[in-house]
Design a protein around this ligand. Structure first.
Ligand code: BES
Ligand code: MN
Ligand code: ZN
Length: 504
């Protein structure tokens, strides 16, 4: 896909179609202006008054006069007073999908008056541009990798243009950077959507290793032998039921002084979660190929952060396992010992994510990190709580949580805080070990996940926990125009935004 930013007049843009945008409140003037420019081509449209510029409204028409593109799309952005970054993402994604339906692959999008939008929503020009470009780029993904005849033809040439030379430099940079970020999101989606027969823990590690070389970060992979040597009891036990051995990945990116302490991202990498001996029901089990959405978000963040060369030091920890039932599987009632030595009674083998994360959160302390953030498709209860709109946020550091919240509002990868009051601790008390891996059935399931992890982080470092079971993959009712069926790649944009703010 070729992507360009150009300062040009709309008639001088050469593409199969150019898209011009307008707010509802100035739609008449805009159509008039275009009509004059295109020598009366829009008269029938104006007569019918069919186009009002309402939000996401589009028309595609043919235009005459001295123009390099014969097709014109007009896109409505709705009432200018109600514009937001998310509305821009969705509007540009809707327009993109309309053009995909027409099989047009060389496209050009007008950038609206950034200063005007800034005066309403108080975000920087580059943030506004980022939202616009995200809408276009993120809508261009397809899950049809294993289908030979694919109807969907993504764009292969995209121009963003404006005839105003006011923000040339920042616009060119924003387009370039947003491409990096969006590519990372799409890589995360691709990893998540990959079936578990194609993406075992071993293959996952190989993929990340390969990809890291181009992106410019480092990866160390612990194989099962090394994992045994280190006594990572959580990872060992969860993976015991599977023929596919576990991996433990350590990603490293140094964008700042080597002496500066890193931030650590921890991602749950369950390449398939059958539930193990506490087997899940058949219905919906196929979605559990996406139980490594947290890990994919960490990889995506590394891809983007290293290509953007953010001035920050970053460690990524990914325990990758397959959770399967078999004669060698770990069982309810087992007592296991985590990497730190804390003993865990396994109440339910389907609460496996927290068990492997326990090892990783312990391991994170070795880096004396500035902060640790884990991200995981941890509890079905997060869906009960939030539907598919928000992720659960927990942790021990208000400042860190506030920063994550703000990054969530901006990227629209939103989070909502849940409490980790100590009063919940007793619900996970075990008679035979230091903690159980589940609380009482149907009580605060998402919080119980956080309470369990808190046992391993303690106050060793500032920590935040993101339960993304609710947003890792989508369902028809809540899918937005820039998302695609299946995986969302949630977390990549959130992390990049957060780390941009934490870097210097
Ligand atoms: N991977 C699941 C959580 C999940 C469920 C993610 C639905 C996405 C959609 C996790 O490992 C799990 O099975 N959690 C259990 C925990 C329970 C046994 C305490 C759950 O949510 O039922
Ligand atoms: Mn599970
Ligand atoms: Zn799981």
């Amino acid at each position: 896909m070729k992507i360009k930013f150009e300062v040009k007049k709309i008639k001088d843009i050469r593409a199969e179609v150019v898209t011009s945008v307008t707010f509802e409140d100035s739609s008449d003037q805009k159509l008039q202006w275009l009509n004059t420019l295109y020598k009366g081509s829009l008269e029938p449209l104006m007569e019918t008054k069919d186009f009002k510029g309402s939000v996401n409204q589009t028309i595609v028409t043919y235009v005459g006069g001295e123009t390099k593109s014969k097709r014109l799309q007009v896109l409505g952005l709705g009432n200018s007073k109600e514009i937001s970054l998310e509305k821009l993402r969705i509007a540009y994604a809707s327009a993109s999908k309309k053009l995909n339906a027409l099989k047009l692959t060389s496209v050009a999008f007008e950038i609206p008056d950034l200063s005007f939008i800034k005066s309403i929503i108080n975000h920087s020009h580059s943030d506004i541009l980022q939202a616009i470009c995200e809408g276009v780029f993120l809508s261009q993904y397809t899950t049809k990798k294993y289908v030979s005849k694919n109807d969907f033809a993504p764009f292969d040439e995209i121009v963003f243009f404006t005839d105003s030379p006011k923000y040339t430099k920042e616009a060119a940079d924003a387009v370039k950077n947003t491409r990096i970020i969006s590519d990372a999101v799409l890589m995360a989606r691709e990893l998540e959507n990959e079936p578990s027969n194609m993406l075992t823990p071993e293959k996952f590690a190989e993929f990340v290793k390969k990809s890291s070389v181009k992106a410019g970060y480092n990866v160390t992979v612990f194989d099962e032998k090394k994992i045994y040597q280190l006594n990572m009891g959580g990872v060992i036990n969860v993976s015991k039921g599977s023929n596919n051995p576990p991996r433990f990945l350590i990603l490293q990116y140094f964008g700042s002084n080597k002496s500066e302490k890193p931030y650590v991202l921890v991602g749950k990498g369950v390449t398939f979660d059958s539930g193990g001996i506490s087997l899940k029901p058949a219905q919906g089990m196929e979605a559990m190929k996406m139980d490594m959405g947290g890990a994919a978000a960490v990889v995506g963040a590394f891809e983007a952060v290293s290509k953007l060369k953010l001035r920050v030091n970053l460690i990524g920890l990914i325990p990758a396992v397959e959770n399967m039932p078999s004669g060698t599987a770990y069982k309810p009632g087992d007592v296991i010992k985590s990497y730190s030595g804390i003993t865990i009674e396994i109440d339910n083998t389907d609460a496996e994510g927290r068990v492997i994360l326990a090892d990783a959160l312990d391991y994170a302390a070795n880096y004396k990190p500035k902060a640790v953030i884990d991200i995981c498709t941890l509890t079905g209860a997060a869906i009960i709580c939030f539907g598919h709109l928000l992720a659960g946020l927990m942790g021990n550091d208000s400042e860190l949580k506030k920063k994550i919240f703000n990054a969530g509002e901006k990227t629209y990868e939103r989070v909502w805080e849940m409490p980790l009051y100590d009063d919940y601790d007793k619900l996970m008390k075990s008679d035979v070990a230091e903690i159980k891996n589940t609380g009482p059935s149907r009580q605060a399931g998402t919080i119980m996940g956080g309470i369990f992890l808190k046992k391993f982080t303690g106050d060793k470092y500032p920590w935040a926990h993101l339960d993304i079971a609710s947003v890792g993959f989508n369902v028809a009712e809540s899918i937005t125009e820039y998302q695609t069926p299946g995986a969302t790649g949630y977390g990549v944009r959130l992390f990049v935004e957060l780390l941009k703010n934490l870097s210097h």
